[in-house]
Design a protein around this ligand. Structure first.
Ligand SMILES: [Cu+2]
Length: 155
């Protein structure tokens, strides 16, 4: 009668620290001075997006086919976040890459990405040339799975 005691292996626990859950939301409008350094492409629509732990401050965006969006990210969280633009399939693929290879920058054409450190700002211009549904996803480990994405409808 062998009696094997096994401690359950709790694997894959994503330690999501809910640092921002508190109500002390401080707005620092003057902290993003770097924003002015990069000029927006002519005719682009600027969209300001705050990166929080762990979500973007908006979940949907509608653009017109052919429209160029000048995403201006500000990381208001405590950890790095990134923004990767592509369709859902590309998101899954990229998430897989990031999970296995870390910061793999094997982006195919039509995809764009930027990583923004805490307290910093980042910019990403993207022209949505075809109608459909795209996503802006954060692929720091666990973030996309936790829902850190913006669904972009191109109409
Ligand atoms: Cu993130």
């Amino acid at each position: 009668m062998t009696h094997t005691l096994r401690l359950p292996l709790i694997a894959g626990i994503v330690a999501i620290t809910t640092l921002v859950a508190a109500c002390g939301e401080t707005r620092q409008s003057s902290s993003d001075a770097s924003r002015d350094s990069a000029a927006a492409p002519a005719g682009a629509r600027a969209v300001d997006v705050a990166m929080e732990d762990i979500k973007f401050d908006q979940t949907t965006l509608t653009v017109k086919t052919g429209e160029t969006i000048d995403f201006r990210f500000t990381n208001t969280g405590q950890i790095p976040h990134d923004a990767f633009i592509g369709d859902a399939a590309a998101q899954m693929e990229h998430d897989d890459e990031m999970a296995h290879m870390g910061d793999a920058s094997t982006h195919s054409m039509g995809e764009a990405a930027v990583t923004v450190q805490p307290g910093a700002a980042g910019q990403l211009s993207y022209t949505f040339t075809e109608p459909g549904t795209y996503e802006v996803g954060c692929h720091q480990p666990g973030h996309y799975g936790a829902g850190m994405k913006i669904e972009v409808t191109v109409e």
